[in-house]
Design a protein around this ligand. Sequence first.
Ligand code: PGA
Length: 248
Amino acid sequence: MSRRKLAAGNWKMNKTPSETRAFIEQMKPLVADTESEVLFCVPAIDIVPAVEAAKGSNIEIGAENMYFEDKGAFTGEISAKMIVDAGATHVIIGHSERRDIFGECNQMINKKVLKALEAGLVPVICCGESLEQREQGITVDWIRMQIKIALQGVTAQQVAGSVIAYEPIWAIGTGKTATTEQAQEVCGAIRVLVEELYGKDTAEAVRILYGGSVNPGNAAELFAQPDIDGGLVGGASLKPEFEVIAKA
Ligand code: PGA
């Protein structure tokens, strides 16, 4: 297995354009020699300054969301093409905050995944269960449904180049990380699902991240699991200590 690890930050609604420039400049030397891929997904207004600041470095920039239409009367939205033209390479799709606060459903997430891929972006497709669902014992069923719908109409080759992020909702921003066993169990189940749908080669190629209170102290153990190819990191991606996670 030769999947390259990916340390991905999700800034959420944090950092202004000028703070973005300063932070990326600060991070550049810190992560210059990491073996893993380093990605910051940033607010739409921060994409251009982040791309400019990251130029010539190994830092990649992504968006946190996009709409699935090409253009038109969709006030407040941004398109995949805008993200590409701004110089970003990735886009987070279906984060639980988008689902829960902004009412995004699985069908919408599927449309966004298809549009992102069409535009040449790498989608970071998020899934995750609530605490109630975990207690009901339906975690893996729920995740399988989310991923199955998100991947409708997506080809094996496209899936192989995509990223799936497992983020238990109860672990996001709570300081309550899933145990390595819990995280590996679900990430392993996602890989099994991808194998069922697309075959072994695709399952071996797709990168599956864990997210939810990843920090410099727990990253190495999580990323050492056979089916965890890195992390999607919220709070801890806003600080220079992200270096430790990128090197984990
Ligand atoms: P957290 O967020 O690392 O702050 O828990 C993770 C995420 O929501 O992607």
